[in-house]
Design a protein around this ligand. Sequence first.
Ligand SMILES: Cc1ncc(COP(=O)(O)O)c(C=O)c1O
Length: 394
Amino acid sequence: MESYFSKNITDALKNDPPGEWMPAMPDDCIRLSSGFPAPNLVPVEGIKNAVVDLLDDEQDLPLHYLGTPKMDQLKSMLQDRMAERGMPVSDKELLVTAGACQAIDFIARVFIDEQTIIAIESPTYMEALEVFQNYTSQFLNVPVDEYGMQTDVLEKMLEDRQQEGLSLPKLLYTIPTFQNPTGTTMTEARRKHVIELAETYDFLILEDDAYGELYFDEQAVPLKALDRAERVLYVGSLSKVVAPGLRIGWVATTRETIQALYWFKKDLDHPFTQAIMATFLEKNDLGKRLEMLRNTYQARRNVLLSALKEQMPDGVSWYVPEGGYFIWIKVSGVDTSLMLDQALDAGVSYVPGKYFFLENQESIEWLRLSFSYASEEDMIEGVRKLSKVVKESL
Ligand SMILES: Cc1ncc(COP(=O)(O)O)c(C=O)c1O
């Protein structure tokens, strides 16, 4: 059968299988690896009521292929949210997708050939890497520091490539705000710089804003709000702020691109969960919910930071995130992928840094902890366990 697979798929299957990075965790393990919301932060009652109300009101309508007017209502709610954040778009410039991941996949499908170069942050969100690697093997790795992607390094790379007559990237994938895995936020100067670079060197920017609304003090201006030359394809998600299992994300970009993306989406739509989300948002104020989540995640971040400060030995350092879900930690001189077994034996999990990079020797010293999932008590206990393992490994 395999000999019938397309060339593209045969190439893609040579990569590591998706999800390899996920540690196989014992049941009683404290999950500092999990990049999703804590069980008590998922609005189970609200969603249950939305399902009942929706089916009471609309009967079979949301269960058909064509769905219900609620889907358009969801779209206009997302448009309102975009407009509030300085990114007004028309209904022809927005497509609802099955999560940000489907948006990323469709964008890759529409723009990427096997020789297309994608510039990515190094490190970056590993599931996006998995998706892109299904389409191309040509990447330009742009380093990230505590102020986000180093746009001066990107500029130098582009200049050098142009001088050497090498191809330039067609697309840059960035998570400018509360990046996964580093938790860092690109400064405003770097945001403006990257947009200038896109115009000078003629590439598109895929802005993944999965965490943008989860700021603790200050809201960053999305790249899309700064973009005057239609370079940015903005991808949003309700996974981190409502419920990941409903798989509601979206792309906002030019009408022409949305039409091309829709070509692939039309018969892969999921009317029921879109209608549930619209009903949920109609009855539950997203603004208030976001405020609650910001306060909760800020308190959780503070607990994790204090535990790290109290427990971690010298030789361990981290970036302080101003929002989002993650803390990125450097354990000098230690291969964190080798240390994972000891950590799991001790009852705590993390994600080793190497999975977020395509190439970089330094990556082995880093690890990602999440403050979104474990309870505050568990985070303190998890850091106690982890610091013991770290001390033995240093
Ligand atoms: C940067 C980033 N983008 C996208 C996603 C996934 O979003 P969705 O659930 O909407 O596909 C995640 C989830 O971890 C993420 O970290």
